[in-house]
Design a protein around this ligand. Structure first.
Ligand SMILES: [Zn+2]
Length: 454
């Protein structure tokens, strides 16, 4: 009995000692990120010196070269590229659009959706049919839709507290709106921007065409433009809408994922990934989406090195290519991992903006989730309270097939869609402190994943 008690006590002591050592290590991680952090200056370079970097563009290539160089300069054990062929869509000359009522023409801001075809060179002008959903559109039938422009105007639900949920509830209009409209003979599709703010910025994003359906041009209209069009339609149902866009899909281009690595000292064959996506929409500097995630990921490795943390497992920072309009980089990374028989125990992605950290969403088996959730007391002092089941991330998603546990970094979501996929997603929209807290949060979870495995 006495022996068992002594054993229990010594176990407890060693456990609390480990906990204490972990909390000291995590404190040091935050101190390093907040005192000597590099993520903000890196973000400045990525957004201001390189700027927009849609897949296949010169900007994307510059971003590949520069992040590779930065990680080499940091002296990580290995920095390498993974080849990947990516879609190459270009916007061409700026779009034009106006609402036409009698002699009056009211210009509205639009931007072609990524992947869309162009209009004919003279543009398209047609009557407009406004709908809020696909069922509503189908109920109208081809007789009411044929030859018209379908205007999708269902806003993101402002009552959802998590704005990603609101986005998920509206984005079908952007992704599949053109195809659903074309099935009924429409000549174009205009989609209300995915945001809760009322502004003049078209929020772009990816779309895809279904097979066997005519490819009709589709564009995002700013929320103010959408409100004006809706109001005008109520007063003048027979008004016409004109738009012209000049985009084009070129042959696939060669690009790369960029990977930096610190080799594990005890279990080098177990890999932990921390990453973001390097590409951005062509209109944006891509500061929150997803320059923030990239510089935070590089910062995780820098912090470990600066603090002399020698991870047991191999830690990789991955800059994925082509999340925005194809996900080819994420798919290629997982394919190569499988082909090379690599064991990825966990992958952490930051692709929800550089805002104040709130927690991590976990995709994994219940016992794996519970193990991670048990670290909450170590992380909650830093505002990381929301640690539980939830989304991982688009780029790391394909790794789930081979049993990798996915963790999605969750910053506060309230302002993300104010900037998402627009010209205002620029460096100035990111707070240095929030960005650095995010980098530290990711470093802390990677530290724990490495220390205890899964
Ligand atoms: Zn993103």
């Amino acid at each position: 009995m006495k022996k068992t008690l002594t054993l229990l006590l010594s176990l407890l002591v060693s456990y609390s000692y480990a906990q204490n050592a972990d909390s000291v290590a995590i404190r040091k991680i935050y101190n390093e990120a907040l005192s000597n952090g590099k993520s903000y200056e890196w973000l400045r370079h990525l957004t201001k010196q390189i700027g927009p970097r849609l897949s296949g563009s010169a900007g994307a290539q510059k971003a590949v070269d520069w992040t590779k160089l930065v990680m080499e300069q940091q002296g990580f054990d290995r920095v390498f590229l993974q080849d990947v062929m990516v879609p190459h869509w270009v916007r061409g000359a700026k779009e034009e659009a106006f609402i036409h009522i009698g002699k009056q023409k009211m210009t509205v801001p639009i931007a072609a959706l990524g992947g869309s075809v162009a209009t004919p060179p003279r543009g398209i002008e047609a009557q407009v049919i406004e709908v809020k959903s696909f069922p509503e559109l189908r109920a109208l039938g081809p007789e009411k839709v044929k030859g018209k422009i379908v205007f999708y105007n269902r806003p993101m639900d402002p009552t959802k507290i998590n704005t990603f949920e609101a986005y998920g509830g509206a984005v079908d209009q952007r992704a599949n709106g053109a195809t659903e409209a074309a099935k009924l003979g429409a000549v174009g599709a205009i989609v209300r921007s995915m945001t809760n703010v009322h502004d003049d910025n078209p929020h772009v994003g990816g779309m895809r065409y279904g097979t066997g359906v005519a490819l009709i041009p589709t564009a995002a209209i700013s929320t103010n433009g959408a409100d004006l069009l809706s109001k005008s339609l109520k007063e003048n149902p027979s008004l016409t809408f004109y738009f012209k866009q000049n985009c084009e899909t070129l042959p696939d281009a060669k690009s790369y994922n960029v990977v930096g690595e610190i080799k594990g000292s005890e279990k080098p064959d177990e890999i932990i990934v921390v990453g973001g996506h390097l590409d951005s929409w062509d209109l944006a500097e891509g500061a929150h989406d997803d320059g923030a995630g990239c510089v935070q990921s590089m910062e995780v490795l820098r912090i470990m090195k600066a603090l002399g943390i020698k991870p047991k497992r191999t830690i990789r920072a991955v800059m994925f290519m082509n999340e925005e309009n194809g996900l080819r980089g994420g798919v290629q990374y997982a394919d190569l991992a499988k082909k090379n028989n690599e064991k990825h125990i966990a992958a952490v992605e930051s692709d929800n903006g550089g805002f104040t950290p709130r927690g991590f969403g976990i995709v994994g088996k219940p016992e794996q989730r519970e193990k991670i959730m048990a670290w909450k007391p170590l992380l909650s002092p830093y505002g990381l309270a929301e640690i539980g089941p939830g989304g991982g991330g688009a780029d790391i998603g394909p790794l789930a097939q081979t049993g990798t546990v996915l963790l999605g970094f969750k910053p506060d979501s309230q302002r993300y869609f104010d900037y998402h996929h627009t010209t205002v997603d620029r460096f100035e929209a990111v707070s240095q402190r929030e960005l650095e807290l995010g980098a530290a949060s990711m470093a802390a979870i990677v530290y724990l994943l490495d220390a205890y495995g899964l």
